[in-house]
Design a protein around this ligand. Structure first.
Ligand SMILES: NC(=O)c1ccc[n+]([C@@H]2O[C@H](COP(=O)([O-])OP(=O)(O)OC[C@H]3O[C@@H](n4cnc5c(N)ncnc54)[C@H](O)[C@@H]3O)[C@@H](O)[C@H]2O)c1
Length: 278
């Protein structure tokens, strides 16, 4: 076995993957990696995203059924969990790769947020994880003991990234929800972690004004360079596998070392050059 054929890490495991929009999506890449590793899963996204029709190609490539679900709806999340129960009996993993800020989309400055939109940001990008965990473990109870739930976060949860606006706040809430749920389902061996991914060229990522600058800055500061969506997918596979059974309630940086970096020689040289040209 090797990386292209897979290591059979998820053989026999069943799951639900939220958030694959197009072939750049972290969830899309993760679905391919989970398929490579032997998992079966349901693909889900908001009905409006499914109308684009792109997900059919991923469904065909992985043999996964598509079930629509808007993560802000209790009824739709409950129905999705019930459908997963009807199909698989129990599931072993969930990827929550969902995020959206109407304020960012509509270019609202952080000091002048539309609060209704901010509530949407928080509901879609953070509270939805709570809702998913509620119906997966309490409501419908489709998640197996020993299961693993991964959500995707960003370092804006801990530090200020000006262009990330109210998503900074949403990610802070998201990470807190992951920790709090982790503490409540640990007795069943269920793990809940957030993966804090470096900037990645996806639809959500490139929707942020100034993203190119954030991407280039992180690329220069990270010892290993920015991680791709495929890199993230492989990391998620390890968290869904049985090799990480005692990892829970963590925010795990998957960022090429960015979060531990202060300054690099390359950047010092760059700044000196800029000042010399002033
Ligand atoms: N791209 C980056 O730089 C980056 C970095 C760190 C973390 N993340 C996070 O990774 C996750 C996945 O984002 P991505 O970068 O792959 O972009 P993406 O745009 O491909 O994925 C975001 C997904 O959220 C879905 N979504 C939005 N509203 C929804 C709703 N109401 N119900 C159900 N689904 C809904 C979208 O349809 C889309 O599929 C997000 O949480 C994002 O914040 C991204």
């Amino acid at each position: 076995m090797n990386h292209s054929t897979g290591f059979g890490l998820l053989k026999g495991k069943k799951g639900i993957i939220f958030g694959a929009l197009d072939d750049r999506s972290i969830a899309w890449r993760t679905a391919l990696a989970c398929h490579r590793e032997g998992a079966e899963f349901i693909l889900t996204n908001a009905p409006v995203a499914l109308r684009l029709g792109q997900l059919n190609a991923l469904s065909e490539a992985t043999g996964a059924e598509i079930i629509p679900c808007d993560v802000t709806s209790d009824d739709e999340v409950q129905a999705l969990m019930q459908a997963a129960k009807d199909k698989f009996g129990k599931i072993d993993f969930i990827l929550h790769a969902v995020g959206m800020s109407p304020n960012i989309r509509k270019n609202k400055d952080y000091k002048d947020l539309n609060y209704q939109w901010m509530q949407q940001t928080l509901d879609i990008s953070a509270i939805s994880l709570h809702r998913v965990l509620h119906f997966a473990t309490e409501g419908v109870n489709v998640l197996n003991d020993g299961g693993s739930v991964v959500t995707l976060s960003y370092i804006g949860a801990q530090r200020v990234f000006s262009k990330y606006s109210d998503m900074n706040d949403a990610k802070a809430l998201l990470e807190s929800i992951a920790r709090n749920w982790g503490s409540r389902v640990g007795h069943r061996g269920i793990r809940v972690n957030s993966v804090s991914q470096g900037p990645t060229l996806t639809s959500a990522g490139s929707g942020i004004k100034g993203f190119d600058g954030m991407y280039a800055y992180a690329e220069k500061l990270s010892a290993l360079g920015n991680p791709s969506a495929d890199d993230c997918a492989d990391y998620c596979v390890t968290l869904f596998s049985d090799l990480t059974r005692k990892v829970t309630m963590q925010n795990l940086f998957h960022d090429g070392g960015f979060s531990a970096s202060g300054m690099t020689q390359e950047m010092i040289d760059l700044f000196i050059k800029i000042y010399e040209n002033d």
